[in-house]
Design a protein around this ligand. Structure first.
Ligand code: FAD
Ligand code: SF4
Length: 333
């Protein structure tokens, strides 16, 4: 690991400008979990880490807190996964967000890892994480996963890189149509969470659309409509200390026995958190039933193109989606 300086600046503006001035050698540090892994693994070598937790005043407070206004929830970028998992006020309307936060990583990691850091962590592809391999994501000329061991890789939306997006929280937040608040030297802006992520066809070396110096300050969950509920389901090889093999999150309103405003998001299937409008189309306005859920799961995976070693993800993720649908609607399995 190279030597670096930890820079503590008291304002959001100063932190943003500091990184924007030297994007190749300066990084923001939040919980530091992924960042320090990248440094230890020799995959990144910044000479300065700008400590976001040093930001003070009302901006720092907002980045560390969870607040509500007119029914919408604002979750600060520095809120830890543990804080979010324990935040009971989100209730059944946003259950997927709490459950996703509580399922990620280990209790120790959840105490340090932050919401924004979780969304911006780099992929786990073992070829990318190998210091001696220069794949497409590191500016090389080929994707080793395409013909190599691709058991954990993408079945939807892959190419030319076949990573799966590693963020558990992104899946639940996508199902909730969350918006991302961003600040840089030019000012503030918001964007739908779906626009935070970009497929490798845009640029195989990047997973998000932020510019250098952009600081995520908060994520907003829009006001829940009447009868809103959500559910999250995940499967891992190990119960803890592991990333998922597949995930599903569903948000809907149940009104007069029908499913309305349905959102379906899948995780660890594609290079971005994957919204399934095909499944939503099957479910919207329908009466919950086991047969309907089988049809929705089939629609969600219909376009999957498994690689040599990851065909198991199709039945796995179909099962996770059915599980989330049963739980969100209260329909017994
Ligand atoms: C054993 C293990 C198991 C794990 N299992 C899971 C899992 O199941 N699911 C899951 O989702 N994750 C899992 N993780 C990953 C872990 O959750 C992430 O590494 C962590 O959430 C990253 O958050 P952080 O605050 O530490 O980010 P950091 O490491 O501090 O930062 C990550 C990146 O985000 C940037 N950044 C951070 N905050 C901001 C901001 N506000 N604005 C702009 N840029 C910012 C940093 O510059 C850096 O590039 C696991 C990790 C380990 C070690
Ligand atoms: S899947 Fe992406 S990160 Fe992995 S080897 Fe291929 S190009 Fe590299």
């Amino acid at each position: 690991m190279n030597r670096f300086t930890l820079v503590r600046l008291p304002t959001l503006q100063a932190a943003s400008e500091r990184v924007a001035k030297a994007p190749k050698t300066r990084r923001f540090r939040a919980g530091g979990i992924d960042l320090l892994d990248l440094l230890k693994e020799g995959l990144d070598a910044p000479d300065e880490l700008v400590e976001l937790r040093a930001i003070g005043g009302s901006a720092g407070e907002a980045m560390r807190g969870i607040t509500t206004k007119d029914g919408a929830w604002s979750i600060g970028a520095l809120v830890t996964l543990a804080q979010l998992a324990e935040f009971e006020d989100l209730g059944t309307a946003f259950a997927a967000v709490r459950d996703a936060a509580g399922s990620a990583a280990t209790p120790g990691i959840r105490n340090a890892a932050t919401l924004a850091g979780n969304l911006l962590q780099r992929p786990r592809c073992w070829y990318y994480r190998h210091v001696d391999l220069e794949c497409l994501k590191k500016g090389g000329s080929q994707c080793f996963a395409l013909t190599g061991d691709n058991r954990y890789h993408a079945i939807l939306g892959g190419g030319p890189s076949f990573i799966v997006h590693p963020s558990t929280l992104a899946v639940a937040l996508l199902a909730h149509d969350a918006t991302v608040a961003i600040t840089n030297a030019k000012g503030e802006r918001t964007l739908p969470i779906a626009e935070l992520f970009a497929l490798p066809t845009v640029d195989p070396e990047r997973e998000h659309t932020l510019a250098s110096g952009d600081v995520i300050t908060a994520l907003t969950l829009p006001k829940a409509g009447a009868g809103q509920r959500s559910a999250y389901a995940t499967a891992k090889e190990k119960a803890s200390h592991d990333w998922p093999l597949g995930e599903a999150a569903v948000r809907c309103r149940i009104v007069d026995g029908k499913m309305l405003d349905v959102r379906v998001a899948l995780g660890h299937v594609a290079p971005i958190p994957w919204r399934s409008q095909e499944a939503e189309g099957v479910l919207e306005g329908a009466t919950p039933s086991a047969e309907l859920f089988v049809k929705a799961a089939g629609a969600a995976l219909a376009k999957a193109k498994p690689l040599d070693h990851n065909g198991y993800k199709i039945p796995l993720v179909a099962g996770l989606l059915r599980d989330a649908l049963h739980r969100v609607t209260g329909l017994a399995e």
